[in-house]
Design a protein around this ligand. Structure first.
Ligand code: 9MR
Length: 440
């Protein structure tokens, strides 16, 4: 007897509407307020639901990694533009801006560069050539470049990096000047984290921008990354945005995410909605805050969980592409009112466990996040003559192809953050396709 084991699943969302169908999408709400709404993306994922949402909801894309030096020139003189080109092409096809990220950083540089031993003159030439090559390649296609990323320490002193140590503080002015020469139309930014509120670091950034402007160095904007912690939106965010605007530069929220201790629950998700709404409202309140970009729009494409163990759920969509309350926090701050925030969702997923020549064992799991159930019923229609012979932990009936399984007396409750499973044996012949299950 041959025994095959298949695991296939299909989940159907209950209660949460598909946000990519929400009306109007974030990008349109943003346009009405004079704001460009963006997301960081991974090029290889820009198909299917991920691509649909990225294209429909956002008017700006930032490559999460694809334009970093280590990505585009892994070996000296050997370039790989594949993912960066793909993202730019997707953006053009969807009438979106691209934020180029990033030209001069201490991190994600190729090892040939960081391990090399360069004179100051050589280092300057390498940097100038890098900027010429990358900015030149995308000339006319990039709305804004994060020219310099993360130049400051928390106390407002310059970070000790390859660039600062090798070239002195004027690496920043030079990089901006070279970028301007390579694409006169692109807006040029300095981007950093923990500069959202008024503090020593943001004041150092402020003083730098002021002195660059005084010297006639091209600087068009500052990027406030905004990697925030639940409940900790700085109270001085709007004031800080305003003081940069008053200096005569644009401001962008470039990498917004708001992380929480896992697991998420409805209380945390409600706080996260309030936080997203507050950040968006601060940008809406200042005319020169031109772009608000989230650092990944789904919890399945976020850097947070791998970097902060036990933390996550930081983006506006859950890992199954259902919009979270945070999504509606952004929408509401942009004037959207049409869709009430969902309180959460319960899903049912069907999988085939063991399968043999005449029969198989199936499993259905009902999971809730931000919602709960006190009873449940799962239905599906078999497409290839399968017939349930026995079920456990549920009462199942089958009439023709239609199956209906309701909770047993002891397992109707599915708590927020919890799940319940039931199993069954069934017969099959010919083929055994996985049905679409409905929870209701
Ligand atoms: O999202 C990026 C992640 O995939 C990379 O592993 C990480 C490496 O440092 O960089 C992430 O993006 C960073 C961005 O380029 C600059 N600001 C902080 C971001 C999060 O680390």
């Amino acid at each position: 007897m041959s025994l095959t084991s298949l695991v296939a699943g299909f989940a159907l969302l209950l209660a949460a509407p598909a946000a990519h169908a929400a009306d109007p999408p974030l990008r349109d709400l943003g346009t009405a307020k004079g704001k460009v709404i963006g997301t960081a993306v991974t090029g290889s994922k820009l198909t299917g639901t991920y691509g649909d949402i990225a294209g429909a909801q956002f008017s700006s894309l930032t490559p999460g990694n694809a334009m970093k030096w280590g990505s585009v020139e892994p070996a000296q003189g050997s370039f790989n533009w594949t993912e960066a080109d793909q993202i730019v092409a997707f953006a053009q096809a969807h009438n979106q801006q691209v934020r180029g990220h990033t030209l001069v950083w201490h991190s994600q540089n190729p090892s040939w560069l960081t391990n090399g031993s360069w004179t100051s003159a050589q280092l300057g030439t390498l940097l100038q050539n890098h900027i010429n090559t990358e900015v030149g390649r995308y000339q006319g296609k990039i709305a804004a470049w994060d020219v310099v990323n993360e130049p400051f320490n928390e106390d407002g002193t310059y970070r000790s990096t390859l660039w600062y140590n090798g070239l002195g503080a004027d690496y920043i002015a030079n990089a901006l000047t070279w970028a301007r020469a390579a694409d006169p139309a692109a807006k040029l930014y300095i981007n950093d984290y923990n500069v959202e509120g008024v503090n020593a670091k943001s004041t150092a950034l402020y003083n730098l921008v002021k002195s660059l402007k005084d010297r006639g160095v091209p600087i068009d904007g500052v990027g406030l990354q905004a990697h925030l912690i639940l409940g900790q939106v700085p109270s001085t965010l709007q004031q800080n945005i305003q003081r940069f605007a008053d200096l005569g530069v644009d401001v962008a929220i470039t990498e917004l995410d708001i992380r929480m201790t896992l697991p998420s629950d409805s209380t945390k998700l409600a706080q996260q909605k309030a936080d997203y709404k507050a950040v968006t409202a601060a940008c809406v309140a200042v005319a020169r805050c031109v772009n608000l970009t989230v650092w990944g729009f789904t919890d399945s494409d976020s850097w947070v969980e791998s970097t902060f163990p036990g933390q996550g759920a930081a983006t506006p969509y859950d890992a199954n592409y259902a919009p979270k309350p945070a999504y509606y926090g952004i929408a509401e701050a942009l004037g959207g009112t049409s869709t009430p925030p969902p309180t959460g969702a319960c899903t049912a997923s069907y999988s085939v466990g063991s399968q043999w020549n005449t029969g198989f064992t199936g499993n259905v799991t009902i999971s809730c996040s931000g919602a709960s159930l006190s009873s449940w019923k799962v239905t599906w229609t078999y497409g290839a003559g399968q017939q349930i012979t026995q079920a456990w932990n549920a009462t199942c009936t089958q009439s023709g192809a239609a199956v209906s399984c309701a909770n047993a007396s002891y397992n109707g409750t599915v708590p927020d953050g919890g799940s319940v499973s039931f199993g069954f044996n069934a017969s099959w012949s010919g083929s055994n396709p996985v049905p679409t299950v409905t929870l209701g």
